[in-house]
Design a protein around this ligand. Structure first.
Ligand SMILES: NC(=O)c1ccc[n+]([C@@H]2O[C@H](COP(=O)([O-])OP(=O)(O)OC[C@H]3O[C@@H](n4cnc5c(N)ncnc54)[C@H](O)[C@@H]3O)[C@@H](O)[C@H]2O)c1
Length: 370
């Protein structure tokens, strides 16, 4: 198959969808890979490395889209890319269709086949191509939080791990899924006094088994949260109710119960945030202060660490990319239920119901095309 790797052109996106290692695997399997010049620069991979791996470098994005049977990307295509996508071309990337009507309509009009990373789903209902970015964001939440706890950055001036004779900082993690678990692990590793809350008792049992002794598990409810915020120095928002807006577990009125210089890192901001006062911010301007409480609410945290994020993402995507290249999308999706769940649009038809429902558009079950 002819595989095309365009450079990401969304603002501040430095990830790339294939590493030179991924290109090597595709070439070894008999495929031809075209890489747009400088596509890997933001993640630290040079054109020379891609060439050595067996790719051909093309100077423009137009040439990559024109020649490829399968486009592998990171972010959803932006408007200038819509017209480059061809009928029957397979596009494998994050799409997040349900929050973007113009994109959905453009992809329906393109007659391409759109396979979305975010809806590839395993039997246990986990989302293998979302997990790596949650792992990155969860770990980063503590790195950022520790930083903003420093006095010159608006924080209380407390060192996460404390020192001999001085108690460590208190960290509260709301939500014990992927983001929350990684955050708790990092905070515990730095010596903080950590509390993690979730509404799922089986999940809390599991966390209590695997996390170190300086992490307490507590049932998430309004009373427990209201008590815990009074003494917490760093609070990480990491709740998710699939397909819904995040619930506001911390309201505007609750800020006055916190100590000045408390830091809030609301990782769930991409789903509306679980802290009422959080609004999406950017890496250029990541924080704001309300009532003396520092808010960090960057909606694409992994974008700040493109090297790690690219490797984490491609570790997860490459086995699927290889399957699609080796078998073609039709056979691969007929055989592999996980990949089939990723199909959102096939040749002008929306085959993923939540996307059709989001915009009152026609829905046609995926089975009609397999
Ligand atoms: N800002 C970013 O850059 C970034 C990056 C990656 C992920 N995220 C977001 O982080 C959020 C968490 O992702 P995840 O992968 O950890 O999800 P997940 O599904 O693994 O975990 C969510 C957890 O929240 C728990 N939960 C639900 N309601 C709760 C409540 N009221 N109180 C406490 N816990 C509750 C669930 O039981 C679950 O364990 C998502 O919104 C995701 O989109 C943001």
């Amino acid at each position: 198959m002819i595989v095309g790797l365009p450079k990401e052109i969304k603002n501040n996106e430095n990830r790339v969808a294939l590493t030179p290692g991924g290109v090597t695997e595709l070439v070894k399997n008999g495929h031809t890979v075209y890489v747009q010049a400088t596509a890997g620069n933001g993640s630290g991979f040079s054109d020379e490395e891609y060439k050595s791996a067996g790719a051909t470098i093309l100077p423009t994005i137009e040439e990559v889209y024109a020649i490829a049977e399968m486009i592998v990307k990171v972010k959803e295509p932006i408007e200038s890319e819509y017209k480059l996508i061809k009928p029957n071309q397979l596009v494998f990337t994050y799409f997040h269709f349900a929050s973007h009507e113009p994109l959905t309509k453009a992809m329906v009009a393109s007659n391409a086949v759109c396979l979305a990373y975010e809806t590839v789903e395993k039997k246990d209902r986990s989302l293998p191509l979302l997990v790596p970015m949650s792992e990155v964001a969860g770990r980063m939440a503590i790195q950022k939080g520790a930083n903003y706890l420093e006095k010159p950055l608006g924080g209380r001036g407390i060192l996460l791990g404390g020192v001999a004779g001085v108690a460590p900082a208190k960290v509260l993690v709301l939500g014990g899924g992927i983001v929350g678990t990684e955050a708790a692990k990092m905070a515990a590793g730095l010596g903080a006094d950590v509390t993690i809350m979730d509404i799922s008792l089986p999940r809390l049992r599991y966390l209590s088994d695997i996390l170190p002794a300086n992490v307490k598990t507590v049932m998430s409810n309004s009373y427990n949260i209201a008590q815990a915020i009074k003494s917490s120095n760093l609070i990480v928002g990491a709740v998710l109710i699939p397909g819904a807006k995040a619930p506001h577990l911390i309201t505007r009125a609750m800020l006055k119960d916190m100590q000045p210089g408390t830091v809030l890192v609301d990782v769930a901001v991409d789903q509306g945030g679980c802290i009422e006062t959080c609004k999406p911010t950017t890496h250029e301007n990541p924080t704001f202060v309300i009532d003396g409480v520092v808010h960090y609410c960057v909606a694409n945290m992994p974008g700040a660490v493109p090297y790690t994020s690219t490797l984490a993402l491609t570790n997860a995507t490459l086995p699927y990319v290889l399957k699609l290249a080796n078998q073609g999308w039709l056979t691969a999706c007929q055989k592999d239920e996980e990949l089939r769940k990723g199909l959102n649009v096939i040749n002008g038809n929306i085959v993923y119901k939540p996307v059709a429902d989001a915009f009152n558009m026609a829905y046609s079950p995926v089975e009609n095309y397999l």
